[in-house]
Design a protein around this ligand. Structure first.
Ligand code: COA
Length: 198
C-alpha cells in the first residue's frame, strides 16, 4: 500500500489546489515565533489535537531549540508550509513532524503529527505535507515505519491517512477527555519497506 504518495522532496515549491503559491521546506530556528502562532491556531480551531488550547505552549527559545534539535536528527524532520518568503517572516499555513524513536529498538519507528490552518483546508496542503514527510522518510535509510494517533471522530484526517496507505492498527477507547466528552483514539501505521513486514 502507500502507492498514492506523491514524491515531494523538501524544499518544494508549487501551487495549492486554488493555484496559490505553496512552499514546503524544513522548519528552521527562525520560524519559532511563527511556528508557535500556528500551533496556537491549530489547538484553538479544532479539538482534534492531543494538545488543547488550555495547555501552555513552549516559549520561543525552547521552540527554537526543538526545531533545531529536529533538524539535527537523522530520524526526524519538521516540515512547514507557507506561501513562500523568508523563514521567520512568512506566515505558516501548516506543519508536520515525523519523530523517530531514541532507543535502539525504536530508531526505525517514527510518530507523525500534523495540522493545517482552517482557512487553508481542502487546498491539498495537508496531503502535500504528509507526502513530503513520507518522501523524506523513504529517501533515508533509517525509518521503516510511521505511525500516528488520530481521534476516531476526525474523518477528514483518517481519510487523508488511508489515502496514503496507512492502515488502522488499533483503538484506545475513551482515551481523550474534553469536558464531558470521551473520544476514542485510533492508531494508524504504514510500513515503508517494500514487503509487508515492519
Ligand atoms: C486533517 C487536515 C490536516 C487535512 O488538511 P487539508 O489541507 O485540508 O487536506 P487536503 O486538502 O490535502 O486533503 C487531503 C485528503 O484529506 C481528506 N480530507 C480532507 N478534508 C476532508 C473532509 N472534510 N472530509 C473527508 N476527507 C477529507 C481527503 O482524503 C483528501 O483527499 P483529496 O485530496 O483526494 O480530496 C486538516 O483538516 C487539519 O489540520 N485539521 C485539524 C488538525 C487535525 O485534525 N490534525 C490531524 C490530527 S491526527
Amino acid at each position: 500500500m502507500g502507492h498514492m504518495t506523491r514524491d515531494i522532496p523538501i524544499p518544494w515549491r508549487g501551487h495549492d489546489r486554488a493555484g496559490r503559491n505553496l512552499e514546503l521546506r524544513a522548519g528552521v530556528a527562525r520560524d519559532a515565533p511563527r511556528y508557535l502562532e500556528l500551533l496556537h491556531v491549530l489547538v484553538s480551531e479544532t479539538r482534534n489535537m492531543l494538545q488543547t488550547a488550555a495547555d501552555p505552549l513552549p516559549d520561543a527559545s525552547s521552540q527554537r531549540s526543538t526545531i533545531d534539535g529536529l533538524a539535527r536528527r537523522d530520524n526526524a524532520v519538521c516540515v512547514v508550509a507557507s506561501r513562500g518568503g523568508q523563514p521567520g517572516k512568512s506566515v505558516l499555513l501548516g506543519c508536520a513532524t515525523l519523530i523517530g524513536g531514541r532507543s535502539r529498538a525504536t530508531l526505525h519507528a517514527a510518530e507523525l503529527a500534523m495540522g493545517v490552518r482552517r482557512e487553508a483546508w481542502g487546498g491539498g496542503i495537508g496531503g502535500a505535507l504528509l507526502d513530503a514527510c513520507l518522501t523524506w522518510a523513504r529517501k533515508g535509510s533509517i525509518l521503516t515505519r510511521v505511525s500516528l494517533q488520530v481521534y476516531a471522530d476526525n474523518p477528514a484526517a483518517i481519510a487523508l491517512y488511508l489515502s496514503r496507505g496507512f492502515e488502522l492498527e488499533g483503538r484506545h477507547r475513551n482515551y481523550a477527555r474534553h469536558g464531558e466528552e470521551r473520544i476514542d483514539l485510533i492508531g494508524m501505521g504504514i510500513s515503508l519497506l517494500p514487503g509487508a513486514a515492519q
